[in-house]
Every structure is written in structure tokens, then in C-alpha cells.
Design a protein around this ligand. Sequence first.
Ligand code: ADP
Length: 448
Amino acid sequence: MSKLRKLRLNLTIVNTAVLIGLLIFCTVFIYLSLNMSSDSDIANSLEIYCAQLAGNLDYLEATDKNASQWDETRTSFQVFNDGLAKNNTSYVVWNEKMEVVDSSKQSIIEDAQLLNLIKRYASEHHDDYWVVNYQKEDQKAKICTYPVLTKNGELKTIQVIKNMNGEISSMNNTLNMLILMVIIGGVISVVCGYLLSGHSLMPVEESMDRQQEFLANASHELRTPIAVIRTNLEVVQGDPEGTVKSQEEWLRNAYEETRRMQQIVEDLMFLARADAGEVHGMPEPVDMVFLSQEVIERMLPVAAQKQIMLDWDMPDHPLVIMGDESQLTQLLIIFIDNAIKYSNSGTEIRIIGELVGRQVNLRIKDQGIGIAPQDQDKIFNRFYRVDKARSRAEGGTGLGLSIAQWIVQKHKGVLSVESEEGNGTTMTVTFPLAEQTNGDDEHEGNAI
Ligand code: ADP
């Protein structure tokens, strides 16, 4: 299994474990809170029922409940009683001799059990309302016991009994729903976690692929000069009597290849350090007019060797940008060097600088071999060369434009190419003009 696939599985497992843990925590929390709040709600309503029954004791004890004096009480008690029935609640009222004074019909607890509770109430010194849970086999109930001293000094005990089976089954349904949610959440988390981790690992995968390709290309690029050096030195070795003069051609070939290798290694090192974020430039105001003229002067002999005219077209005022001077010099060298490499003798290269709004625009325009439209996007890829043989013959490494692109991006610039096969290429680079500040520049000192 590849490392990335293992990482993807691990991420999925960790995601799922965290999500399931959270869901279980929420489920337990919701279940316990619901349970507790419904428990205390029921206890409260049982106490209220007891109080209402206590207020109706005269009526409950009356021998003739149909007498006209009870008309009003009878009606309201009937409503109260219906409410109790709807709520699966019943009541029993006891006198001092532990005889039932009145009770609703559907009490689910035997009288003996209720009397036991009254005894416990007396022996355990409870005050006021006493609510207990009662369970026998499948039967679950909540019972509130409440003793009342009537006006004529008699002790009556009221018990209100709530059948809890309905509530318990609805709590169980809620619990089942929550468990189902945890299971569904877990499944969704596994699927989404796997898909999302795959998606978020895509850039890592791409970068690993690019790195592998880069490594393969780099080793291939280095193998070629090594093979050339070896072959040339083998020829020299095969003629032990030969002098340096007579072996000059082979030795020069080997020497040229070492210079090529050195260039490749230097470019590779630069890109590796750039990728690792280790190339830091110190920004300072750089006049691109002055810098371009300096670089052009340095490149004049190279152009002259190929009978190429190198000319510039610059404004008579400075074009100042914030940047690292040595990186900007390297950038101009890459463009001018490429223009020379891919132009034939008798042509001209112009470096044009101008201010466009708040942007400094630099164009390196040659009349060289040009770049086919399908290659124009690819030339910034590492080791991409339109014509490998020509690039090699001209001492190219295939890394110049990758380095150029990195430098332009670091300077918040934009790089574009315009080219026509056989008619030449224009490389355009645009940088933001440096802000005019009095004294210290605010960017100064921040590494690029
Ligand atoms: P190289 O070292 O091969 O020049 P670069 O990264 O600098 O590598 O350029 C990549 C490729 O882009 C070159 O090999 C060449 O094919 C093409 N190229 C770059 N600049 C020019 C240009 N001014 N004219 C024509 N082709 C160019």
C-alpha cells in the first residue's frame, strides 16, 4: 500500500473516530438531559395534582356528591379527573385508619404497595411531597405521597400514581433514533472522510508526482554530460602516448560538459532552495532602467559573438520597483540569454522599458525562431525544451524560465509570452511601481 493511501486511510479513521466520539457524547448528553427534564416535569405535575386533590378533599369525602352544593366543584373535578386519566395518572385518598376514602378507577398499583409507601413516608420522616419511582416486573410508575391535615384535624394521605410505561417507551424510541443517527453519521463520516481526504491529498499527490518527475528529469539531464565526459576521457585514456595538445578536442569536450553540469546543478539547487522557501532576497528600490542597461552591457559580447544586435529603448527617467537586485539581474540575464540562444545571426534583440499606469513594463523582444502556440504554456515547466538539441547545443538547462517565473512571482509581477514561429518572441514582465515614501520604505527589510 502506498504511503499516501495509508495516510488517506489514517485520516479517514481519525476523522470518523472524532465524529463518532462527538456524536456519542451528544447522544448521551441529549438523552440524559431529556430524561432529567422529563423526570422533574413529571414530579412537578404530580405535586400539583396532589395539591389540587388536597383542595378538593371536602368534596371527595362528601357522602352525597350529587347534592346541588357540589354542582360547581363536581364539574371542575370531572375536568381534573379526565385530565388525570389522559395523563395515565390515578389517585387514592386514605384516612387515618388506612381506609380508602376515594380513588380514581384505573390505579395500576395494588393498595398494599401504596400502604407500604405511606409507612415508609412516616418512618423516613419525609416532609411535604414525596415522589418515588416504583417498578414491578414490566410495570413502572412514579408515585407522589402527600399527607394533609384537614380543617377538623383529621390526617388524610393523598397518593397520585403516574404510569410511566408510555414515557419510558417514548424515551426508548428517542434513544433508538439517536443511536440510528450515530450509525448513519458514522457511515456518512467514513464515506465523506475518505472522499474528502482523497480530495485534499490531491495536491500532495500531484506535488509528489511532480517531484518524482523532476528527480527523473534531473538524473536524466545529469546522466548525459557524465556519459559525454566519460566517453571523451576514455578516448584520452586509449592513447597513453598522446599529449594535451593532441587530445585537446576530447579534453575540451569533457571540460564543456563539466561546465554544463555545473550550470544544471546550480539551477537545480536554486529551484530546490526556492521550493523549500530558502531563497530570501532583501527588497530595496531598484531602477529597472539602470539595471537593464547594466545587464545589456554584460551581455553585449555574447550577442556580438552570434552577430546579434542588442539594443534598448528606455525612458529617460528611472523605473523603480521594490525588489532584490541580484534576483532581478538573474531574471534579465535569463531572458536576454534565451533571446540570444534562440535567435540567428543578423537579427536584433530590443529591451523596452516603459511605465504603464502604476506598473513597470519590460519587454525582451527578439527576431528569433519563435515558439509554437502549443509550446508557449509548457516552456515554464522544469526541463521543458521545444528543441532539446538546440537548447543543449546552446548550453541550455531547461530550467531558466522556471527560475524566471519564480523570481517574477516573488516580486508580485506578471510574466507573459507572445511568440510566432519563425518571427520571434516577446517576453513581457510587469512589476508594480515602488511606492514613493519619504525616508524609510515600509517594505524595506522584509525578505522577498
Ligand atoms: P533553456 O535552458 O533550454 O533555454 P528555458 O527554461 O530558459 O530553458 O527555456 C525553455 C525553452 O523555451 C527553451 O528550451 C526554448 O525551447 C524555449 N524558449 C525560451 N526562450 C525562447 C525565445 N526567446 N525564443 C524561442 N524559444 C525560447
